[in-house]
Design a protein around this ligand. Structure first.
Ligand code: FAD
Ligand code: UDP
Length: 368
């Protein structure tokens, strides 16, 4: 039997499109991935020694405002309701992140914190998120002091480590992901729907793929595939698809130093950021995600790296006008039966929910 559709990449983007085509069009789909597992960057697994679920490619917390996305995924998983409340170590103290009204009282004297709190509320309003680069454009002396403090202690060095660039050199949408929040709400995200799949991300993705019209081949690279497919949906890197003929699209990569620690808990929160000290950016303690119990604990220490083709993985597209122009140059050559989606295919810093939304919309608008 000939297979109509080839999907390159078994991450969340590939999974959503595979399921929609299999289920709603009743067509056959072959999914390939060069990794030895499904789920792409959201892959998690049970550590044999401790029983703790490990997020292999960094901490993943699902959060969305989009009901359609939440409803779609909820067909394939139950949720462990989870609100990310990370810490950052600033001047030796563990404080609330994102920087908010609670953090003011953790780093400044009560008198000063109160003064700045009043000024923030009167200028921006309670509940408002102010990007750090906006806060820096301030005439008021106290707010200027706050902006400089947060810039120096939270953003500058973290961003230099993470991107190898200063905050003003990266796309403003990136640092705006972690604003100064004029609120006592200590959650990192305020989205209506938030959680971790109760049995892990890999199990959720496995269920999305679990359909008689879907065949899966792991350890298989696109370059080794022969066949006549009516449609190819490519969730790998677009520059690689075209043999890098116009040059490589840059990415940031990461290395995770995973350690088992012989005590029950290592830190107070699931994620602790280290904006200023050390070469790493953050430490994740995995047992917190699903509130798993063990006498031991497993942590991942996250070191940003330059992406080097063949040596490490692509994690973050680097958004700037030059890179976008290079992306567009490749995109303009998209063959008629090939479609690019996903974080690598679209070269976009998608969170999981936006990857799912993109895949659902792609199916509705270009396939159905
Ligand atoms: P991927 O997961 O990258 O899947 C692409 C797949 O294609 C891969 O499995 C790859 O092996 C395969 N592939 C590529 N080329 C080929 C080829 N030539 N042949 C065969 N297979 C190929 N999002 C959130 O919502 N919340 C979070 O807390 C969060 N945390 C994150 C933390 C980190 C460190 C990172 C890097 C990302 C985080 N994300 C988070 C984003 C999330 O990981 C992505 O939105 C999601 O994984 C994108 O899925 P995808 O299917 O588009 O891409
Ligand atoms: N950021 C920072 N300090 C922090 C946390 C974030 O400077 O303690 C900046 C940094 O530039 C980072 C961006 O905000 O890349 C987005 O952070 P987020 O936590 O969303 O990163 P992700 O989880 O996607 O790696």
């Amino acid at each position: 039997m000939s297979i109509k559709n080839l999907i390159v990449g078994a991450g969340i983007s590939g999974a959503v499109v595979a399921r929609k085509i299999a289920e709603e069009l009743g067509e056959t789909v072959l999914v390939i991935d060069r990794k030895d597992h499904i789920a792409g960057n959201i892959y998690d697994y049970r550590d044999a020694k401790t029983g703790i679920t490990i997020h292999k490619y960094g901490p993943h917390i699902f959060h969305t405002k989009i009901k359609e996305v939440w409803d779609f995924l909820s067909r394939f998983t139950e949720w462990h309701y989870f609100y990310l409340k990370p810490n950052a170590v600033i001047e030796g103290n563990s404080v609330t992140l994102p920087f908010n009204l609670t953090t003011l009282y953790e780093v400044f004297s009560p008198k000063m914190a109160e003064r700045i709190e009043e000024k923030l509320i009167s200028k921006y309003g309670y509940g408002v998120k102010v990007p750090i680069l906006d806060l820096k454009n301030n005439d008021d002396e106290d707010l200027k002091f706050l902006a400089d403090y947060v810039y120096e202690h939270v953003f500058k060095n973290y961003t230099m480590k993470q991107w190898g660039l200063k905050p003003e050199e990266i796309d403003p949408s990136v640092t705006a992901r972690v604003p100064v929040f004029v609120s006592h709400d200590n959650r990192y995200f305020q989205d209506k729907y938030q959680g971790i799949p109760l049995n892990g991300y890999t199990k959720m993705v496995e269920k999305i793929f679990d359909h008689p019209n879907i065949k899966m081949k792991l350890n298989t690279d696109y370059k080794d595939i022969n066949g006549d497919f009516e449609r190819i949906i490519y969730t790998g890197a677009i520059d690689e698809f075209f043999g890098y003929k116009y040059g490589e699209l840059p990415y940031r990569s990461l290395v995770f130093d995973v350690r088992t620690i012989n005590k029950e808990y290592f830190q107070k929160a699931v994620v602790t950021n280290y904006p200023n000290e050390y070469d790493f950016t953050r430490i994740t303690e995995h047992k917190y995600f699903l509130d798993e119990k063990s006498e031991k604990t497993v942590i991942s220490i996250e070191y940003p790296q330059v992406f080097e083709n063949g040596k490490n993985e692509r994690y973050y597209p680097i958004s700037n006008p030059d890179n976008q122009a290079l992306y567009e140059k490749y995109k303009a050559e998209q063959p008629k039966n090939v479609y690019f989606i996903g974080r690598l295919g679209d070269y976009k810093y998608y969170n999981m929910d936006l990857a799912v939304e993109r895949a659902l919309n792609f199916f509705k608008e270009e396939i159905k």
